[in-house]
Design a protein around this ligand. Sequence first.
Ligand code: KE4
Length: 464
Amino acid sequence: MKSRSQTHLNFFALDPVVHLVLYDNFLPFLISSIPNTMRNTELFERAQITTPGGVNSPVRAFRSVGGVPRFITRASGAYFWDAEDKRYIDYIGSWGPAIVGHAHPTVLKAVQAAVELGLSFGAPTEGEILMAEEICRLVPSIEQVRLVSSGTEATMSALRLARGATGRDKIIKFEGCYHGHADALLVKAGSGLLTLGNPSSAGVPADFTKHTLVLDYNNTQQLEDTFKAMGDQIACIIVEPIAGNMNLIKATPEFLKTMRRLCTEHGTILIFDEVMCGFRVALGGAQSIYDIKPDLTALGKVIGGGLPVAAFGGRADLMAHMAPLGAVYQAGTLSGNPIAVAAGLATLKLIQHDGFYELLSQQSAKLAQGLTQIAKTAQISFCADSIGGMFGLYFTEQIPTSYAEVLRTDKEKFNRLFHLMLDNGIYFAPSAYEAGFISSVHDDAVIQTTLTAAEQAFAHLSES
Ligand code: KE4
């Protein structure tokens, strides 16, 4: 019996000509001629060997909608292509960053110019000043800002700052809002009256979430009651002023106004997590729409233009607590990375063109209203909502205003719509609990193609 190494050796002892024919010509031809209808499946199976779930962020695994994730090879404008060279109209836009469309020439040019000068220095650069000045100019509540590399870092740092500046431990978040995966924020409502948080993830000690109060989004009375009971113990409220992580849910003006008043009365820091809605719903973010001034804001996604830039900032007197000036520590090797900042600055310039947000709002409304009309014709219980470049799709009669209402929408119907549209080259967010995103290049032709595909999809849904 030949040992494995002997067989191996003989194989490599092949006549070089045979090896050349076999390895450098025939096999590559053979592989390339396999119909690539299996490439996504093949890549997904391979990915799962070396990466948990085959993905580097859970939502990408399609576990909520089922099926095989599409491995994207390239993107341009409103489109991206998968490993089987199938083109899709993209309605996630990298979960927000691709607001001017994928691979915008101006953004690519800025990145290419920056790359020529080096990738990362670990020392300050002028680009970081330009980015900080632009953010402070566009978001007036931000007097000082610090750049980081992810939304999680931004919110985690803002929380630490609020606790450091107030000397208090308790924080308030809302069921259905997602602020990244920092331990104190991976909580679900507890059973207690004031819903002290319980960990929503393994690996998070109960001690790390016992100071996190989880309240109901848009429940103003509960907010009043909580502050009456323990307002002077609360370091901060963190909220998505327009929520995009339980599908699209807008805060009521009364909810945010009450929050602002209670925080002022009790010396609590109000943190707006605008990582998703910042520069997405309006140039000044959600805070400009509601005309409410938070004490701190977290930003991300759009300000990196697709590369890793996020930020937290706000009142200068609070930011003065940050190291190296103050006692609240935060740091990051790649914070303010020059390539990422170049992409972000180029994107921030493009979104300031006249009429940019009017166009986004108009196009997202066309999509939402068109889908609603198609569903009505198909006599399917469905509605849609939009604001700026964000939209929400709900299989229910009324637009939800709370997490509990979102959970009552028909998730199974959404999943069937998702796949019917995916098969037709339309890529919605792969979850009934995510918002959708359009870019400034989702023009009428793109929207019409989507609506035509939706007519077939809803007709199919109504037959079954
Ligand atoms: P990142 O750490 O993923 O950069 O940002 C966390 C975060 C913070 N705050 C808000 C309001 C967010 O929406 C996010 C991240 N958003 C998700 C979309 N649901 C990113 C997609 C993903 O997790 O892969």
